[in-house]
Every structure is written in structure tokens, then in C-alpha cells.
Design a protein around this ligand. Structure first.
Ligand SMILES: *Cc1c(COP(=O)(O)O)cnc(C)c1O
Length: 234
């Protein structure tokens, strides 16, 4: 086995272990393999080990990998980086998901630019759950109004919410933040039947996120190894 397939198995086992411990079925949690900065050969190795959901942060890099790997037709490509409006078309034309919707204008552009031959783009609203002015995402109080607008857009499907909580070493503090996200998620799911995704949890807060109810965790370096150049401002 390659080291990527071994890493993947161990991340999957970690997720299953946490899920079982808190009384959840491991299948309720999707693992998104974050492949930013990693070569196509690494994605192929993970694909051959069974992984199907991949996350990319940079538009150009993601689009060129999607083109190069188009023969792996059942990959679900998720865009998870900050998105400038002038690059929205590339996301609308190439990805299946966008996790970082933080303004109506961006959602409107993505809906207008989503090609007719593709299914609607799945979108998540990014919440600035730790309320740091430097991070992207909307404030909690703004969620209902933005969700109401986005749910009207014809070429988008609102699937849920996403957050990147501020780094926090204390597990109980992590859990408090994750539970606030889970409460927002459940209230949104109550209003919109198609909402089924809480994108929450990275390597350091996987336990708290899954315990709180995350349905999609985003893991990069634990699968592909450390990155050579730093991640985006996210
Ligand atoms: C890079 C990134 C991840 C994965 O981070 P790792 O530390 O490599 O596991 C998850 N979510 C987002 C939004 C990211 O940008």
C-alpha cells in the first residue's frame, strides 16, 4: 500500500472511532480529502484507495487538476477557499460544491454562471463562528436572511453551512464552538429540507466537530503529508 492509502485508512478509522464513541454511524460523516498544493498523482493514489471527495482552495490550481483528472469521472470536487467574484465562473463551470459563500452577490453570479448541462451547484454558507474580523464568513445573525435569498436562486442548491473555527487547544472550548455551529445547522435544516451538510472539523478539532454533529470533515496533511507552501488566508 502507498503511504497515502495507509494515511487514508488511518483517518477513516479515526473518524469511525470518534463516531462510534458518540453514538453516530460512521457513514453519516463524509471525509473530504483536501488536496491543495498536492500533485495529481497524489489525488490518483487516494482515488485508487477509494476516496471520491476532494477539496481544493485555489481556483486555477483546482481547475487544472479537474481537467487533468477528468477521466476519474465520479470524483466530487469541492471548492473550499476564499472566492473572489471575478473567479466565480471557473468555480461554477468546474466544481460540484462551493463551501465559502459569504455574500449574496457571489451566490447570484454562481447561479447565473452555472452551465445548464450540469446539475445545480451545491453551496454552503460560510459562518464566521469565532467572530474574528480577519476571517471570512458571515455573522450568525445574518444566516437566515442570506439563506432565504440563496434558496431562491435557480442554479444553486443550498446544502448547509461551513466554518473554520479559530485554533483552540482546549477540547471543551472547541466543543462549545462546534455545538453553536450544530445548532445553526439544525435550525437551517428545519427550514430547508435539502439542507443536509455541516462542513466542520479539520485535523485538530475532528473529535469536537464529529461529537457536535458534523457531517463533513476536511482533512489534508494527515492524508497527503505536510504542504510545501502555506495554505491560503482561510
Ligand atoms: C487546508 C484546509 C483544510 C485541511 O487542512 P489540513 O491542516 O491540511 O488538514 C481544511 N479546510 C480548509 C478550508 C482548508 O483550507
Amino acid at each position: 500500500m502507498t503511504s497515502i492509502s495507509l494515511n487514508l485508512r488511518s483517518v477513516e478509522q479515526r473518524i469511525a472511532g470518534i463516531a462510534t464513541q458518540c453514538g453516530r454511524a460512521p457513514q453519516e460523516i463524509t471525509l473530504l480529502a483536501v488536496s491543495k498544493t498536492k500533485p495529481e498523482s497524489d489525488i490518483t493514489a487516494a482515488y485508487e484507495a477509494g476516496q471520491r471527495c476532494f477539496g481544493e482552495n485555489y481556483v486555477q490550481e483546482g481547475v487544472s487538476k479537474i481537467a487533468a483528472l477528468s477521466h476519474l469521472a465520479d470524483i466530487d470536487w469541492h471548492f473550499i477557499g476564499p472566492l473572489q467574484s471575478n473567479k466565480s465562473r471557473l468555480v461554477a463551470e468546474n466544481f460540484a460544491w462551493c463551501h465559502t459563500i459569504d455574500r449574496l452577490k457571489l451566490a447570484q453570479r454562481l447561479s447565473a454562471q452555472r452551465p445548464e448541462h450540469l446539475p445545480p451547484l451545491n453551496v454552503l454558507i460560510q459562518i464566521n463562528i469565532s467572530d474574528e474580523s480577519s476571517k471570512s464568513g458571515i455573522r450568525e445573525e445574518a444566516l437566515n436572511a442570506l439563506a432565504a435569498e440563496i434558496s431562491q436562486l435557480p442554479r444553486l442548491t443550498l446544502r448547509g453551512i461551513m466554518a473554520i473555527p479559530a485554533p483552540e487547544p482546549d477540547h471543551r472550548q472547541q466543543l462549545i464552538v462546534c455545538q453553536r455551529m450544530a445548532a445553526l445547522y439544525h435550525s437551517l435544516a428545519n427550514d430547508y429540507p435539502q439542507v443536509d451538510t455541516l462542513s466542520l472539523g479539520m485535523s485538530d478539532d475532528l473529535d469536537a466537530a464529529i461529537t457536535a454533529g458534523s457531517t463533513l470533515v476536511r482533512v489534508g496533511s494527515a492524508i497527503f503529508g505536510a504542504r510545501q507552501y502555506p495554505s491560503s488566508s482561510s
